[in-house]
Design a protein around this ligand. Sequence first.
Ligand code: T5A
Length: 207
Amino acid sequence: MAGQFITLEGGEGVGKTTNLNFIQELLEANDISVLVTREPGGTELAESIRQLLLDKEQEAISEQTELLMMFAARAQHIKHVIQPALEWGTWVLCDRFTDATYAYQGGGRNMDVTAINWLENFVQGELRPDLTLLLDAPTEIGIKRASHRGELDRFELEKMEFFERVRHAYLGIAEAQPDRVKVVDASVDLEAVQAQIKSIISPLLKG
Ligand code: T5A
């Protein structure tokens, strides 16, 4: 049986990485083999692209370049990591995927969504996540949490309005695709966030 493809999404610092570990433990406790990965990244080449994308010290990256770099990294990641794992029956838990492109490049940067849609079909074929957890919190909360971790990257230096557009775009995706995208209130304490996540994941474990 093919593995399930689960993605975690949300604005900066909402707690994706923290909760990814929690979900991994939940699945492994149920004898499910899980591969944890992230975007942009997940292969050596894609991680190099990630470094370029997050680096704030280099020449300015145009919006088109940024979009193509996201999908170049994704193409590599799908071909060499995600697809083989799913075919093998391993579940894939991914920190961000194409919803992030719709939210950041589409929402944040106001890029044409038809271009993103074309690239999604070109790079992914029919591959889409089976389940997406959208960790949602007011923008200020996420930025505050992220800034406690140290130096900010190229995206984290964007203005507040940018992150508001990102959040709005994410919530729009969740509204349009309620079967796939489940919204988790990430503004509450970690224990309460994880209780919500557990109630979403548990039915999958029974299946
Ligand atoms: N990007 C990515 C695009 O523009 N387009 C794309 O297509 C893709 C795939 C990648 C950047 O690339 C952009 C988006 C991003 O800007 P990233 O590292 O994936 O960067 O994204 P970040 O949001 O920067 O990831 P972070 O690691 O910063 O945030 P997380 O993972 O959401 O947050 P986490 O778990 O590290 O938690 C942050 C802090 O908050 C605490 C944690 O302990 C930690 O200290 N915390 C809580 N505190 C209180 N209550 C809770 N409920 C808490 N949950 C976590």
